[in-house]
Design a protein around this ligand. Sequence first.
Ligand code: 9MR
Length: 517
Amino acid sequence: MRRFLCVLLMAAVLGACLPGLAENEMIYQSAFNQGLDGWYARSGGSAQVELLPPTALHIRGRQSDWHSPGRDFDLVPGTPYTLTVQVRQQEMDEAQFMISVAHSSGGAESYENLARGTAKRGEWTTLSGDYTPGLFDRYVLYVETVNAPSLSFDIRFFRIYGPEGMEKMSNIKEEEPVLLPVEGELPSLKEAYAGKFDFGACVPGHLARSQEAMAFNASQFSILTPENELKPDAVLDVNGSRKLAAEDETAVAVHFDSAKPLLDYAQAHGIKVHGHVLVWHSQTPEAFFHEGYDTGKPLVSREIMLGRMENYIRQVLEYMKENYPGVIVSWDVVNEAIDDGTNQLRASNWVKTVGEDFVCRAFEFARKYAAEGTLLYYNDYNTAMPGKQNGIVRLLESVMEEGNIDGYGFQMHHEITFPSMASITAAVRRIAGMKLRLRVSELDIGINAVSNENYQKQAAMYGDIMRLMLEYADQTDAVQVWGVRDNQSWRADKHPLLFDAQGNPKPAFFAVVEAAQ
Ligand code: 9MR
């Protein structure tokens, strides 16, 4: 746990929380993951520095406090810099450290102490201080001890921040955040939320076939959703249905080839599945709504479409009961029925064929055929926007009158800038007040560019949303992120998830874990 807290602390010190960093940009960093980068032991000869993989430098053999890891820097006189470094020692209960500068002018060396801090045994500790250099010929920045001349110690993430727009020093090419190595085991999201609600993700079909990806998912998530594989366009067999329609226009043929790998894995490993989605205007073959399953022919009548709807829902749910009993614990019965412009029902093929009660009918059939205890959800986005929210609430009220709905799924595809936490909170409070079960079904939070600052803002919003849902833990079934790694997201350009493209946990991951504690 201490190691994990240390990672949290490190995540917290990235970016905006350091003094003077609001307007400053990182212009230099030693991550010690690609050599010593010019660092050497300042000493009379006894001290030695060496790399301590994956990202630290170790110094030993010291005989004086000033025997220290140091490096020459081309500092610009009169520029306000901020310096930070992390230090760790294992030999004393507490030891004091300083960042100092040795500057020389005409061969005469003089010194200033720039930052101080006390490091407890075994704990990475951040020293941080501001420095505006005077006029000298040479500057050596170094990390020394106070009254601990023989102490061996480690340093990492020596960083220099300078005014915005300033040229970067040597090794910084871009503001790419360095994700900190996780010491010890990665915390598990599902364990962090155990006893509160399920924490899950969606998984695209191709990754459901990867043992490695699924083993990772199994370690982190207690519930999974096939990202696209249970949508009508993956399940409805249009050719098969067309053949059946010659005999019976209400007949429907279905198959589950794309969803099977995920369902099989979940079944074998005791992972819950949330089904997405039975009835939707999108990702549903146009032919479904036409006579003879032929898009050249007119739309079918209400009676025929209700027959198709019932047959489709029945066959999907019966297949799941037979083949995957207990695996699918909940379903999005209807998705995104409310129009963003009018805040009324969307003018979809469902409305055009069945009519305005199509949502109620879908819930009626889902209740009729779902295994007992399966939770039935209506799922939608932009719930935080007042007009849309009104439309969603009106729809929920009408469906609730018939008693077949259990809950509401907030998609929550957000940006760090929008919507505000106040409006998200108001939306959750309002729908929670309707006494429906709740879930966050498709959480992701986009940023415009990868930077430490944006990673921190993203982490803060993830944390806020988790704390909000924890207030409703008794009423909430699950929070699910819409993807695992940023590069696999449906909006990869927004880096909206908890893990980066290499699978490293981002500050947002730790914020989600921390919110549960
Ligand atoms: O993540 C899904 C992406 O792979 C598909 O291309 C896309 C097609 O509509 O659907 C994405 O998932 C959507 C989900 O089914 C419903 N809510 C919005 C999601 C993001 O578009």
